[in-house]
Structure formats: C-alpha cells, structure tokens
Design a protein around this ligand. Structure first.
Ligand SMILES: NC(=O)c1ccc[n+]([C@@H]2O[C@H](COP(=O)([O-])OP(=O)(O)OC[C@H]3O[C@@H](n4cnc5c(N)ncnc54)[C@H](O)[C@@H]3O)[C@@H](O)[C@H]2O)c1
Ligand SMILES: [Zn+2]
Length: 354
C-alpha cells in the first residue's frame, strides 16, 4: 500500500525494518537520526538498524519546537561534517517530523529527509503534506516552509507504546478526515473500539491509517502550497482549536493538539448546525464521543474574549477577516465563512454546557 504525495512516497508497511533497509541498502550517504528520549527507548529498537548512523537527540515537548532546538540540530550536522547529500531520518511524532524536516530543508539549502512517524497524530496527519516548521514567539508553526520528505514510512507497530492521551489526540485528526470525506468513513470510525484495534489487532489498524492519510492526501495534493483555498478544508476545527491550544499553553494546562482540535470541531460543528443546518444528531454523537474519551477541558466565560483574540494571529487571515470551513453535512464543505465574535462566543457557550 503506497500513496504518492507531490514528490514523496508514503509507504504503509507491517515491516518497517525491511522497508527502511531496502531504501538504504545501496546508499553511501552519511545518515543522521533525530529522536527524543521516548522514541530512542521505544522506536529505535524496532528499526534494528544495521547501518552506520549518528543520533541527534532533541528534547521532547511542544515548548522545545523552537529555534534553540533547531540550532542544536544544525550545530550537530555542521560539527559532524554533514554534506549536501547526507540524509536525515526523523523518528518521532509530529514535533520531530516538523522540526527535523525544517532543519533538513534549510541546512546547506536542503538535504534529503525521511519521516518515520511514531505517534498516531503524526502518522495520519503531520508526516504527510509537506509542512515543516517551528514555533516562534508563542505562535505555532510561525516559521517554516513547504518541503516534502523523500519517503514517509508508516508502521502501526510504533503505536503499541503510545499512551491513551496521545492515541485519542491522533484519533481526533482521523475523525476530522472522516467528517470532511463521507458518512461511511465517519460511521466506521466513531463506533470503533480504538484500543482494541490498536493493541489487539494492530496490523489491521494499518488500513484505518491508510484510509485517513488518503483523505489528507486527496485535499493536500490538490493545493500543495495552500494557495488555492482547497487545502483550507483540512483546517476544519482548527481555527477555534488552535486558539484553544494556545490558551491552554498560556495557562500552563497544556492540551495536546488533537484534544484542542476536538473542542474546535465541536464548536465549529455547532456553528455549522446554526448556520447551515448541519445535523444535530451527528453533532451529539461527536459530543458523546468526546465526553466519553477525553477529559473535558474547562474554558471559563472570562476566557472567551481571549480565545477570539488569539484567532487574530491566524495565518489564514486575509484582509483582516478570518475565513474558515463549515459543514452542511458530512463531506459537504462550505469553505468561505467569516468568523465573527458573536458566533465564537455562542459556540464556546455551547461547549461549556455539554
Ligand atoms: N506538519 C503538519 O502538517 C502537522 C500536522 C499536524 C500536527 N503537526 C505538529 O505535530 C506536533 C504534534 O505531534 P504529536 O501529537 O505526534 O506530538 P509529539 O511529536 O510531541 O509526540 C508526543 C509524545 O509522544 C512521544 N512518543 C512519540 N512516539 C512514541 C511512541 N511510539 N511510543 C511512546 N511515546 C512516543 C514523544 O516523545 C512525545 O512525548 C505539533 O507540533 C503540531 O504542530 C504538524
Ligand atoms: Zn491538526
């Protein structure tokens, strides 16, 4: 099972060790692997590499997705004589794929990189689509570029060591993909016992990941540089979701990306319901799913204004207006809706009362 994205190849495999060794077997390039303490412990042994490589261990956590960590990577590459034709392997979640891809794409005007995403979120979303970057001055992914990995290797075996919060964080992106595609995808997903799938039927879960990536690929490849507006569809739930993620960072009660996205999707589906008559039954289904599987994050009335103000940093803002996608129904997307303050406050109030 493969997917081509732009000039990268996404390979879905049940044998990552074999797949990677096939790719590297005739390569005499210098190889570097970026990882963090968790992926060093849990994921590097799965690769069981028989080649020469050098490890760049970076600190985990979103607060380290910054220029300082990037400098650490550049310095290591420089001091270890990385060349233009060296290869960087990103072994980790979305953070490592983003920062590793950014460091690789800018070092000596760009060296090749391979993504081996090891969290559910990075497998279904972050590793594919060619966006790399770092956070800057508290704004997420403010510095970055569009650059695709040469290969993206996806093996669900890595998910066996992932904790519950990170599983559900990634699952939020899968739900988003199903909401913007079709009802069958949505129903297949929302009824599933995700733990049973991942822990007991791990190899079969690869097919769910494949379907999710296919949806991302469908939208991203039609608009790889986010110029035509088509890719905005992938941003469903993220306009409000990102602000809530930033709010949680400010308050030192950090939400994971997918946890904030769930809240963003509930709010944006509620606005979809009010504005476009999105079915209440489906909205209720998502709300029940959220309450059952995520710890409800409390947003106080006094923070509502703040959430709206945080949206003003949105990179998708055009002529001072924030346009965002809404849904008529599952798979029926209306792209250009203007986000007004009253709508946001109403949606946040709805969320507060679920
Ligand atoms: N480029 C994109 O298109 C895109 C899309 C979505 C998200 N992102 C970015 O991705 C990041 C979030 O990614 P994430 O959710 O993967 O978080 P993450 O990369 O921070 O990883 C979460 C945690 O899981 C640990 N971990 C990773 N793999 C593991 C494994 N197999 N077993 C046990 N622990 C493991 C990590 O060490 C970390 O502590 C954010 O920075 C976000 O901006 C990028
Ligand atoms: Zn996302």
């Amino acid at each position: 099972m493969n997917i081509n994205y732009f000039n990268s190849k996404v390979i879905f495999t049940k044998n990552i060790q074999y797949e990677l060794s096939e790719i590297l077997k005739n390569s005499n390039k210098k190889k570097f692997i970026i990882l963090d303490k968790n992926t060093k412990k849990y994921c590097l042994p799965i690769l069981n590499l028989k080649i020469d490589f050098q490890i760049i261990e970076i600190p985990e956590g979103e607060k380290n997705k910054n220029l300082k960590t990037c400098l650490q990577i550049w310095n290591f590459l420089f001091e270890n004589n990385a060349e233009r034709n060296s290869l960087l392997i990103n072994l980790g979640g979305g953070l490592i794929c983003d920062i590793g891809g950014f460091a690789a794409s800018t070092f000596k005007r760009g060296i090749e990189f391979i993504n081996i995403p090891t969290t559910l979120l990075s497998q279904v979303d972050a590793s594919v689509g060619g966006k790399v970057g770092i956070n800057y001055r508290n704004a997420k992914n403010e510095i970055g570029l569009f650059m695709s990995a040469k290969y993206i290797l996806i093996d669900t075996k890595f998910l066996l060591t992932l904790d519950k919060r990170n599983i559900f964080s990634g699952f939020a992106e899968m739900i988003k993909h199903s909401l913007i595609s079709n009802i069958e995808n949505f129903n297949n997903l929302i009824e599933e016992n995700i733990f049973k799938l991942i822990y007991e039927e791990n190899e079969n879960f690869l097919d769910f990941v494949y379907k999710s990536v296919k949806i991302k690929n469908f939208f991203a490849s039609k608009d790889p540089f986010e110029k035509k507006g088509f890719r905005k569809i992938l941003n469903f739930g993220h306009t409000i979701g990102h602000s809530i993620e930033s709010l949680s960072m400010q308050k030192n009660r950090c939400l994971l990306h997918g946890e904030a996205l769930m809240i963003g999707m509930i709010c944006e589906l509620y606005i979809s319901h009010i504005e476009l008559n999105f079915p209440k039954k489906i909205l209720n289904k998502i709300v029940s799913f959220y309450l059952k599987n995520y710890k409800k994050y409390i947003i106080q009335e006094s923070d509502f204004k703040n959430v709206f103000e945080l949206m003003q940093n949105d990179k998708k803002k055009i002529n001072n207006k924030i346009y965002f996608p809404l849904l008529d129904n599952i798979g029926k997307i209306k792209i250009e809706n203007i986000l007004e303050k009253e709508k946001i406050i109403r949606a946040l109030r709805f969320y507060e009362n679920i």
